[in-house]
Write a protein that binds this ligand. Structure first.
Ligand SMILES: C[S@@+](CC[C@H](N)C(=O)[O-])C[C@H]1O[C@@H](n2cnc3c(N)ncnc32)[C@H](O)[C@@H]1O
Length: 275
């Protein structure tokens, strides 16, 4: 997928291919064993390039209704869908989407069971592969590989984890350690929704990817992510919670005005003023 982006678009704008993969991972249609994935992939591949920005917007909107804060944190890789994109960029977006679909992204992220959607950190692979091609100064950026994270977590947490606890990742990347912990809990019949997950990182795209992952992995209501410098700013959980409260207020205001608009239209129609 990263190779496709550099072949069709060139360097830069890695937020766009990250957002394409994020939208596919967030796509709300899920099934047992991701059995729908081949058909959905074929459908997406038949779509014209111009359909991709609205498709990304739709995937974001569905999750915004539940977690406006996480979709806001994911903004750095999703917002481009509102831009006026050139034909060449749309061509590259479609090429990336087709590549991701042909390589089974929906198989990794399309299962109804979040445990089956959390075997690997798709967003980490996407971001790191793109970044290493974009800018060699980022060559030091590596996230803990999936199987190493699984091993570390099984050694660190042990066989009898509590039903509720708090985890804080001060340099969390895309959240792969949280993924491994959630798998460890689910394997022991514990719902990760009972835990609190607080992640921060310096890199806005890594934090955006983590926010997408938290939704795909279903870490639950206690999952928060925030972008900032841990060394100079310390624990940013308070900022994440304040941004969450603001995002929920904005959602409430928007839904209230939408309801008022619908009520107004119903009243107008009942008076026979408009059809
Ligand atoms: C080696 S990665 C590890 C990511 C994750 N903990 C994992 O195990 O997959 C290190 C991360 O630290 C982040 N980082 C480096 N300096 C930081 C700082 N001062 N504040 C917050 N994050 C920082 C980088 O952006 C990078 O995502």
């Amino acid at each position: 997928m990263a190779e496709t982006w550099y072949r069709t678009y060139g360097r830069g704008r890695i937020d766009i291919p990250c957002g394409v993969v994020a939208a596919l991972a967030l796509w709300p249609h899920k099934s047992s064993g991701a059995s729908h994935a081949p058909d959905l992939a074929r459908y997406f591949i038949t779509q014209p390039a111009t359909r991709w920005p609205p498709t990304v917007g739709q995937a974001a909107a569905v999750h915004w209704l539940r977690r406006p804060d996480l979709i806001s944190v994911a903004g750095p890789m999703l917002r481009w869908y509102k831009e006026d994109l050139s034909g060449d960029t749309l061509y590259a977006i479609k090429a990336v989407a087709d590549t991701a679909l042909k390589h089974g992204v929906l198989l990794h992220t399309g299962d109804t069971d979040p445990y089956m959607r959390s075997h690997i950190d798709v967003m980490s692979w996407t971001l790191v592969c793109l970044r290493h091609r974009e800018d060699r100064s980022w060559l030091a950026e590596h996230h803990t590989p999936d199987d190493v994270a699984d091993l570390l977590v099984s050694l660190g947490i042990g066989d009898d984890p509590p039903l509720a606890a708090s985890l804080h990742e001060p340099a969390g990347g895309t959240g792969n350690i949280f993924r491994a912990v959630a798998q460890h809990l689910r394997e022991r019949g514990i719902d990760p929704g009972g835990w609190t997950w607080s992640l921060q990182d310096l890199d806005p795209l890594a934090v955006a990817a983590a926010a997408v992952n938290f939704l795909v992995w279903e870490l639950g209501p206690g999952a928060n992510a925030c972008c900032g410098n841990t060394l100079s700013e310390g624990d940013l959980t308070g900022r994440a919670l304040a941004l969450r409260a603001e995002a929920e207020d904005r959602r409430r205001a928007l839904l209230t005005s939408a309801e008022q608009g619908a009520a107004f239209l119903r009243a107008v129609r009942s008076l026979g003023v408009a059809s």
